[in-house]
Design a protein around this ligand. Structure first.
Ligand SMILES: [Zn+2]
Length: 334
């Protein structure tokens, strides 16, 4: 039997806004390799209802004193990150950036993945991780006035277990978007210059490190393998694969698919693309060269199809063909 009080409470709950502005209820996590368009996806989804997109969140502590926010301010002066930092300090104490970073890395690194999967990480590590990340996500949700935090930390070796750790140790819902891009386009992007995280690279010079092709191809295979493993470990319905090529060629269809997956209406984002409008970058950490160019527009980048050498095509297909095939790529561009 329901009482009048119950009815009033039920009505109040039904009328309450779906978005809480004090707690993070969900993380939307972009997995995969860098240079795959995650910054673009991050910026697009950041304009969805209740979504606060922050770039590569796992880089925040390392960047804090060494780099600047994508708005151009230092983190201490940025109108978004400054209050976020203050709330984190209120919650976990004034830990230095090195300690904050170590608390993440020792849990998220690929070396810790077996212990994370078998739930045998030292309790001291998991406790520190949980307190720190929970404080960070709630601070971002509160300052950004949303309940879903979009984190594009992806799946490099040092963040290999991050999505799983957020889910298992912090106890928050994690919706993974495995963003994958043709490895040959990634190879072409690497050829054009180092993808400096601070966004300072404008160099068109050939990257100077040796074996850059092997590094890029190996990195692409590994990060996508980690993302695929993570998707297998995720609860049913918590992982979605998106091809970058589909996103830029059919943004309406893909954004509808993504919106349905994350439970958010992305119609305003689709309308904005229809009108040909640009998207302000906002306050992102750990971005790449996109962040230097101001507002972002959606455009297909097919330069590699004509300009990547036949040798690089062959090298990629010889080394990573099986992985590429498994991810839905063929010799002809998608
Ligand atoms: Zn900023």
């Amino acid at each position: 039997m329901t009482t009048g009080v119950d009815e009033i409470r039920d009505r109040a709950q039904a009328a309450a806004p779906a978005v809480s502005t004090s707690k993070a209820n969900k993380v939307i996590y972009v997995t995969g390799y860098g240079r795959s368009g995650s910054t673009l996806l991050d910026i697009l989804l950041g304009h969805g209802a209740g979504i606060v997109s922050v770039g590569e969140l796992d880089w925040l502590h390392r960047d804090w004193s060494e780099s600047v926010c994508s708005c151009g301010s230092t983190y201490e002066e940025c109108p978004f990150w400054s209050p976020v930092g203050a709330r984190i300090r209120d919650s976990v104490g004034a830990l230095g950036p090195d300690e904050l970073d170590r608390n993440l890395r020792r849990v998220e690194s690929i070396l810790s993945l077996p212990a994370l999967l078998t739930r045998t990480l030292p309790p001291r590590w998991t406790k520190a991780f949980r307190a720190q990340v929970r404080a960070q996500l709630d601070a971002i949700a509160e300052v950004g006035s949303g309940d879903a935090v979009l984190d594009s930390s992806k799946s490099a070796r040092e963040a290999a277990g991050r999505a799983l750790a957020l889910e298992r140790l912090v106890g928050i819902t994690v919706k993974r978007i495995h963003l994958v891009r043709d490895g040959r386009a990634v190879l072409w992007s690497a050829r054009r210059g180092p993808n400096y995280r601070s966004g300072k690279s404008t160099s068109n010079e050939w990257p100077r490190f040796s074996f850059w092709r092997l590094r890029t191809i190996a990195g692409w295979v590994l990060a996508n393998a980690i993302a695929a493993l993570d998707a297998k470990m995720a609860p049913e319905g918590h992982a979605l694969r998106v091809h970058y090529e589909d996103l830029v060629k059919h943004p309406h269809r893909e954004l509808e698919r993504i919106g349905s997956f994350i439970g958010r209406d992305l119609t305003p984002v689709r309308h904005r693309i229809e009108r040909g409008e640009s998207f302000p970058v906002g306050h992102k950490t750990g971005g790449n060269r996109l962040l230097d160019g101001g507002p972002v527009r959606l455009r297909a980048d097919q330069e590699w199809e004509k300009r990547l050498s036949r040798g690089d095509h062959l090298l990629f297909w010889a080394l990573a063909g099986a992985a590429a095939f498994g991810l839905g790529y063929r010799w002809r561009p998608r």
